[in-house]
Design a protein around this ligand. Structure first.
Ligand code: ADP
Ligand code: MG
Ligand code: ZN
Length: 499
């Protein structure tokens, strides 16, 4: 590890994110991952002569939604441009993109730095990473290499993308990951992208340079292409920073080039230098009109933007008085967050009846500790089975002492698998907690009678046996006895016997 503290890293990220439209960006072919190769193609995306592109406004909507969420200015008039290069997965010989006048520019994304960049813990600082632009473009197809042959699948050709270009405001691999996670979370929350990194729906090029601390001029950057997981982005950047510092220290110079990350060897390797860099010969796309967006269109999209995860987190802490960890867990998934908010609403309106309303912290515990772990075990099966009001009924049953906590957990599992209501299950299985003193006293007396030896030992001072008797009583009542009551009454009976 190179610990040369006199250097600092400067990083700018270019992210490509697929948009969740039904059809491609400029034709009506399906935008679906994993179809049979070359089954979702047409004259437009195959670039047959005479075929003309048409702008998919669903794609524009999603791009504008992302732009607004990332604090970018949406340009009322923007242009599509041709980015020319030759590659077998690019039938037209150019990609439709945006160049001089993109759909949006000049935004930022606030990220957590320090300890919070790695884990959701309390504290941590915020840093604004400026975003230079977000523009719309189309994806290329895919090359598949099998043995010594290469195949072309053009299903992806023409599918919608946004490219989001950050300013070089990122100073470490951890910050880069923090930025990418926050960005991905927002896009997924808004339904702009599925964020699937394995399928390439969300991918990143990292531009890395180093300079001596205090220098104002940027160093020469290398660009690491298409790294497809958070872990690899982190490793690739770390490697690259170290490589460049070593290079400079040993008297060498960083050259501007494109590099590829090899995750097996954990190194980056030169792919092409500046001399081989593409000259894309951009020019305005003659087959498409300028993209003109009305105030109404933009306002409508603005209104459709739901509360973003970071804002939710802050509100959960300030309004619901939850800890940062709870807020983090509850907001990671938009559906969980809205489920939790539904639970709070049910609690506020009806509550447990008779004016009883469990604290929000209790509701949060139930969701985090019980519901989420149950759902995790059942992977995939949704919480649809369980309306918030139904879950609240169960929580109320436990909080009021009608059933004990362990029974509550079992009832929850049963609710999720059978879809039955908590009250039905409690009634059908006769699970209601035995809280009446008579019933519990009866059970205790039986247990004492059945274990004369242990009773003698307890009376002669072996206090440890108290727990044994509590356990036996719980067994006898099939776990339904209120443990607090069992303790109280057992103590009373033993004291009487001792006296
Ligand atoms: P290109 O499209 O040729 O890659 P851009 O000027 O659009 O070039 O920059 C791409 C990315 O590189 C941006 O995210 C930008 O912040 C970043 N970048 C530019 N210069 C540097 C530098 N010296 N060090 C690190 N990142 C840089
Ligand atoms: Mg680039
Ligand atoms: Zn098509």
């Amino acid at each position: 590890m190179n610990n040369n503290d006199s250097f600092e890293a400067v990083i700018g990220l270019e992210v490509h994110s697929q948009l969740l439209t039904k059809t491609k960006m400029f034709c009506s072919c399906a935008n679906v991952f994993g179809l049979e190769p070359n089954s979702a193609v047409c004259p437009v995306c195959l670039a047959l002569p005479g075929a003309l592109p048409v702008i998919n406004f669903e794609g524009v909507k999603l791009a504008v939604k992302a732009a607004l969420a990332l604090n970018l200015n949406v340009n009322r008039k923007s242009f599509f441009a041709r980015k020319n290069y030759f590659y077998p997965d690019l039938p037209k010989g150019y990609q439709i993109s945006q160049y001089l006048d993109p759909v949006s520019s000049g935004g930022y994304l606030a990220i957590k730095t320090g300890a919070q960049a790695e884990a959701a813990t309390e504290g941590g600082n915020e840093k604004k990473i400026r975003i230079n632009r977000l523009h719309i473009e189309e994806d290329a197809g895919k090359l598949i290499h099998i043995g010594n042959r290469s195949y072309v699948d053009l299903n992806r050709a023409g599918t919608p993308l946004v490219e989001i270009v950050s300013e070089p405001d990122i100073s470490s691999a951890a910050e880069a990951v923090s930025y990418l996670k926050a960005l991905r979370e927002i896009l997924v929350y808004l339904g702009v992208s599925d964020g699937n990194m394995e399928e390439g729906s969300f991918r990143c090029d990292a531009n890395v340079s180093v300079r001596r601390k205090g220098d104002t001029k940027l160093g020469t950057r290398a660009e690491v292409k298409n790294v497809n997981s958070f872990k690899f982005v982190e490793k690739a950047i770390e490697y690259e920073i170290e490589r460049q510092i070593d290079l400079v220290l040993s008297g060498g110079k960083v050259v501007q080039e494109t590099r590829l990350y090899d995750s097996k060897e954990n190194v980056t390797r030169s792919m092409r230098g500046k001399e081989e860099a593409h000259d894309y010969r951009y020019f305005e796309e003659p087959d498409l009109p300028p993209l003109i967006l009305s105030e109404e269109f933009i306002a409508e999209i603005k209104n459709s933007i739901i509360e973003l995860p970071e804002a939710k987190r802050r509100r959960y802490v300030s309004e619901y008085k939850l800890g940062e960890y709870d807020a983090e867990v509850l907001t990671q998934d938009k559906d969980i967050a809205s489920y939790f908010e539904g639970l709070i609403a049910a609690n506020e309106s009806a509550g447990c009846g008779a004016g009883a309303h469990p604290e929000i912290k209790k509701l949060a515990n139930w969701v985090i500790n019980e519901l989420l772990s149950e759902l995790k075990e059942r992977e995939g099966e949704s919480s649809e089975l369980l309306a918030p009001a139904g879950f609240l009924e169960l929580i109320c049953a436990v909080e009021s002492g009608a059933i004990n906590r362990n029974t509550g957990k079992a009832v929850l599992a049963e609710m999720l698998s059978s879809g039955k209501k908590a009250s039905e299950i409690i009634k059908d299985k006769n699970l209601a907690q035995v809280s009446d003193d008579k019933g519990i006293e009866e059970a205790i007396k039986q247990v004492l009678e059945e274990n004369p030896k242990e009773l003698l030992d307890l009376l002669s001072g072996k206090d440890k046996l108290f727990g044994f008797f509590v356990g036996e009583v719980m067994k006898k009542t099939k776990g339904k006895a209120n443990p607090k009551k069992v303790n109280e009454i057992l103590k009373k009976l033993i004291d009487e016997k001792k006296a």
